[in-house]
Every structure is written in C-alpha cells, then in structure tokens.
Write a protein that binds this ligand. Structure first.
Ligand code: GLU
Ligand code: MG
Length: 454
C-alpha cells in the first residue's frame, strides 16, 4: 500500500515537473455528463496532486445539467450532497496557451465511484471484456460545422462536398488542429471537408475504449481552441442547421481474443467468426434499447434520415453506409484490420456512454450466443416495404420521446449500465423535450447549435 501510494506520489511530482517545463500554469479536468455536455474544473499547476488525490467538489446535479443550462432534478439528484471530481494524471496532455487538460472521474465523498460517472462506467465495461478474455479497440470519427462566434452560419463561400476547396479555404485552421494534436502526442489520422457547407471530419486512430474516448474529448477541446483562435466556433450539434445533413460521431470497433480478430478467419460471411457474429448480433438486437445513449437528444432524431449516411436502418452490411452497423473487411485497403462502424451515434451523445453501451451489447451478444442477422448488401431504401419486412430491416426510431421511453423501460440497458445512468439520461433528455416542445425546427437547431461545443 505504502509502495503504491509513493509510486503514485512520484508520478504526480514527475507530471508536475514536466508540465512546468512545458510552460503550463493551469490544469483543466473535464467530465462529460448525461446530456453530452463537457463540464470542467481547473486548478493552478501547484495543486495538481490535490486535483488527483482529493479532487474538487462537484454537486450531484452535475450529472443532470441540461443543454440549456437548466437542471433536470430527479428524486435522487437534488441540491443536497457533493461529489469529488478527480483527474487521471495518466491522461494529462498539454494544451496550447499555458494550460494542460486531463480526463476526470466523479466519486462519492467516501471514495466510491459515482454510479452515474460515464468514464467510470466505460472503464467497468472495459474491465468486463478483459475478464472475459476480449480486447476492444475503438476508433472515433468527429464531424463538426464551423460557424461564427455567435453560432450563426459563416458567409457563403464556394463549397464542394468532400472537395479540396474547403481544405484550402480553412488550411491554416486545419494546420493548427493537426499540429496541436501532434504536439500532444495524439496525432489525427486524416481530415476532410464533409458533405455539409463548412463541415469537416477527422478520424482518430483505434485505441483502448477509455483512452479512445478521452482522446475524442481532448480533440473537441483542441477544436474549440483552434476555432476561437481563427475567429469562429465549432458546432458539434447532431443537426446544426435544420433541413441539412447533420454531424455524426461514428465509432469503429474491433474485438480480439488471444490476439485474433473476431471479425476475420471465421466461417461466417466475410470471415466473421462465430463470436464476432454474436457480437454484431448483440449490437443489432439491443440497439433500439440503448439508442437513447447514442442519439438521445432532442435534435438527434431529425439527423436520422435515410439517404444521409447516418445509418438510420437497423441492419448491418459490408461497407453499407445506410446501415447502422457498417462492416469493414480485412485486407490491404484496411490497415487497421476488420471492424464494425456504428454509424448512428451523434456528437450529442456522451462519448464514454456510447462506447460503453455498444461494447456491453457486444459482450452480451457473445455471452448469449446470438446469431449474426442476415446481411443487407444494398441501400435498404431501394427495397420495397415488403422486401424490407422479409429481410427484417427497419428504420430506427427518429422520435426523441419514443427513443427515451424505450431506454427508460429497457431492462437490458439498466442491466448493462446501471439504473443511475439510465435515470440521469432519461431525466435530461425529457427535460430537453419538455422545454423545447414549442420550437419550430429552425429555431430548435439554432438554439442548441453550440450546446455541445467546448
Ligand atoms: N454526416 C453523416 C452523419 O450524420 C455522416 C457522413 C459520413 O458517412 O461520414 O452521420
Ligand atoms: Mg463523415
């Protein structure tokens, strides 16, 4: 015990010295709550050790701060009580401007993990996979729209979807983004102009689930810093502009056991193994139950239109961008190896919870020996109603109320991730529905355009 404590102590001292040498004066620790918003506390560098060991105070309502700054109180989350927000020093990264960032967890005052702490929940799921002999890697894709500082649309300049124009017009900003990520030791894999006007996307390399989610949060912090430095803001709303394409937050997932991929070398389609098929089967079967963790916000449903590559159809298929689960085969064109991309996730989701829910479904599918459903090779929209029915493919719900009601009632979701986080998520999302029921689509998109920005 003494040994562990002193090893931890020297890690703090070492981190503090390194940050000092890097010119850091302030350390920011973040958590993401059930609304998908990022909350933070910061300390002067000298208090790094306290931030790590004892943490800073955070009221229980941190779990249920809503996207408009209101609070979605529940029977158990009231103004009474206090939690501790403690940073994980292993995740410390230097930010531009004399600051450093670290991911944080929420604990009760007695030191127990807060049951609604999303990062803790994902670590728990990662531990369950590990105990069962599986190793997961997650690769995040982040899409965002550049907007004016007040959230309004930028002036119309020529825009070519996936074109070189946007890359040239915004080259300085994108260069700063790449170099800040490089300097932090978290390089971006690729960046491109997306379909929507002033929309960009970049991909992060696959990593273990908690680390990958931490990196996605860090990347959003960097995007926020860089956009501001160039006189703009970045919108991570699922639907920044009504009637246009939305932002996805797709997650690529690979699974291994004993160093072998579950998605190759097997006897199923495309070499998918029996266990790999069960994992995909578990995800597809449970997706409607956990959709509230992936596309739960009041704006999420409007993004989920067929024909927008948001994966609105509940099915899987090789390289199928209209399927909620797109399969990517092994081969030369896929250096990261075979994986599945869960396309329906959007950036209003809590990135830790989205990973936790999908991975927990995959493990549940393996444990209960689910079958791999039939593959849907083409665009399901081109099938007739009757053909879709026979192929067992349907659209996922796009109704915020129905998505959240299903989550609330789901014994599966409650069993996999716990009542506390389901209740907090249901509370904040129902609050969103209640408080914006009167708004027309344009006004709704405008009101929350910057709600998930950092
Ligand atoms: N913007 C699309 C979405 O809402 C995704 C486009 C793509 O396939 O990258 O998910
Ligand atoms: Mg994209």
């Amino acid at each position: 015990m003494t040994h562990i404590a002193s090893a931890d102590e020297s890690a703090v001292v070492r981190a503090q010295r390194e940050l000092q040498d890097a010119g850091v004066r302030t350390v920011i620790g973040t958590v993401v709550n059930a609304s998908g918003v990022t909350l933070a506390k910061s300390v002067p560098l000298a208090r790094l050790g306290i931030f790590h060991h004892s943490g800073m105070g955070a009221a229980p309502v941190w779990h249920v701060f809503a996207i408009d700054g209101g609070i979605a109180f529940t029977d158990t989350i009231t103004p009474v009580g206090d939690m501790r927000l403690k940073i994980d020093i292993a995740g410390l990264r230097v930010l531009p401007g004399g600051r450093a960032w670290a991911p944080a967890n929420l604990f009760e005052q007695d030191g127990a993990a807060s049951p609604a702490c999303a990062r803790g929940i994902l670590a728990d799921v990662e531990g369950r996979l590990d105990a069962a002999g599986y190793r997961a890697l997650v690769g995040h894709e982040l899409e965002f729209f550049l907007v004016s500082p007040d959230g309004s649309a930028l002036e119309n300049t020529p825009w070519v979807p996936y074109g070189a124009t946007g890359l040239l017009d915004r080259s300085e900003l994108l260069e700063d983004l790449l170099s800040a990520m490089n300097q932090a030791g978290l390089p971006i894999e690729q960046i491109h102009a997306e379909y929507g006007r002033n929309q960009f996307e970049f991909s992060l390399p696959p990593a273990s689930p908690v680390h990958a989610a931490d990196t996605a949060v860090f990347a959003k912090v960097i995007v926020g810093i860089v956009a501001r430095a160039h006189g703009m803001q970045a919108s991570f709303s699922p639907l920044p502009f009504a009637g246009a394409v939305g932002n996805g937050a797709h997650q690529h997932l690979s699974l291994q056991t004993n160093g072998m991929s579950l998605f190759s070398g097997g006897s199923g389609p495309h070499g998918i193994s029996h266990e790999g098929g069960a994992a995909i089967g578990g995800i597809i079967e449970g997706l409607p139950d956990i959709q509230g963790f992936l596309t739960g916000s009041v704006l999420s449903g409007s993004r989920l239109a067929p024909g927008t590559w948001s994966g609105a159809y509940l099915c899987w298929g090789l390289e199928n961008r209209e399927a909620s689960v797109r399969f990517l085969n092994e081969g030369e064109s896929n250096p990261h190896g075979p994986n599945v991309e869960v396309k329906i996730i959007d950036p209003s989701a809590n990135v830790y919870l989205a990973s936790a829910a999908i991975l927990a479904l995959a493990l549940d599918g393996i444990r209960s020996g689910r079958e791999l459903p039939g593959e849907i090779p083409g665009d399901p929209a081109r099938l007739s109603e009757d053909e879709r029915h026979r192929a067992n493919v349907r659209l996922l719900s796009d109704s915020p109320a129905a998505i959240i009601d299903t989550l609330d009632k789901s014994r599966l979701a409650r069993g996999l991730l716990g009542d506390a986080i389901v209740d907090a998520t249901v509370a904040v999302r129902r609050y969103e529905q209640r408080t914006s029921a009167e708004l027309a689509p344009d006004a709704l998109a405008e009101r929350f355009r910057l709600a998930w920005s950092i």
